[in-house]
Design a protein around this ligand. Sequence first.
Ligand code: AMP
Ligand code: GLY
Length: 465
Amino acid sequence: MARRCSFVENNVGDARWEGCSFAAKDFRMNVLLIGGGGREHAMAWKIAQSSLLDELYVAPGNPGTVRHGRNVPLDLQDHKKLRAFLLDKRIRIVVVGPEGPLVDGLHDRIADDPELKDVTVIGPRKEGARLEGSKDFAKEFMFRHNIPTAAHRSFGKGQLQEAIEHIERSPAPYVLKADGLASGKGVVITSDKKEAAKVLKDMLQDGRFGAAGERVVIEQFLKGIEVSAFLITDGDSFKMLPAAKDYKRIGAGDTGPNTGGMGAVSPVPFADRDFMQKVHDRVAAPTIRGLKKDGIPFSGFLFMGLMNVNGEPYVIEYNVRLGDPETQAILPRLRSDLLDLFEGIATATLSERHVDVDDRTAVSIVLASEGYPGEYATGAPIVGMELVREAYVFQSGTTMKGDQLVTAGGRVLTVTAFGKDLEQAIMSAQRSAALIEFQGRYLRPDIGFDLVKQPSTKAAPPVAR
Ligand code: AMP
Ligand code: GLY
């Protein structure tokens, strides 16, 4: 197939258009991107490179997205105002970064409004978003469609005793999951039966996890290495996007509490061609087929959180969006025009589009505020970003205080660097991360180290403080 028109850029800022045979202005469209984290900064950066873009709006965005579009305050719950905005700005595509608005039914509100018939939402309707919004729904779906996942049982309110008896009969460790969205805090893994019983009581009886914990999924523990796989779909066909490995724990060597993610590497050496073919055939394809078969319309991104168990992929979870910080590692590797893929969703012609990926390795390191994922201070001035020459810097927990960029969140920014191999990419990302300073800055010094076959003395020394 002929190469599609795309914007090609390397990590030192050389950029060019390739394969464009039309007057780009004829195809231009206005886009609204929802979200304000590092994922959305990377998405805004990528969308802004599209030959198909006219105006990009980001709601609410962050100081980083301002460089690629216009930040707008929008109350997504106020449908009248949202409709007025979409019509006034002639928005063609609404891209939803986080899962919340999708689980909340944003897609449905837009798609069911006859005045907004020309607007395409990238992200599923509420029903499809249940793949992420309800672990019980996702497990039943996988079971129905023969998609490999850990064996499970689920228990509702009033079934506390049965759940505890199930634990008594099962081998440790115990994996307990609140059914609903719990901001990454709804999964407890323990080998202690007493602790497991207490968590079950907290969820099912005492309502400590709110509505999310009114139903609990208890799963078989899977031993392996995790990898995040992604696809984009128009509901009919799908395209795999690059996979990434996320580093979820706060501390070096995978220690300490879970976070949203402290770094990412793409591609992932152990997710080789064979493994990714299995992911395609046994997970991605049956998922899209299963959704169709169940009559669940689904478009947008699907994030397959996988465990590689002796070379076999098992689904740990689905997310109906891209990952953070995985996006900051995979979008710089995507050579294709992201808006062209979105256009493929809008016109149900995704099968005709091409996903072209840079072979080089991208490493993303998150700079966080000391104390994260617990309590942390904000308002610390961030300096040195302008010194970064060989990496991309994507902002998340930042805000402007006058003319000064200051910290405003747990995960403050992500530095992404390329290398011809993993070691080079790690060194480059570490060099760049070391240039950026703020009070209490913390980073994981070992992002990617576990994937380097023979860690050499060339690897830069840890730069955490
Ligand atoms: P989740 O929110 O479902 O992604 O779970 C959070 C984390 O718990 C995952 O990233 C895994 O590290 C771990 N986890 C979840 N399910 C299992 C399982 N069945 N076996 C082992 N680890 C799991
Ligand atoms: N980095 C994991 C996630 O976005 O859910």
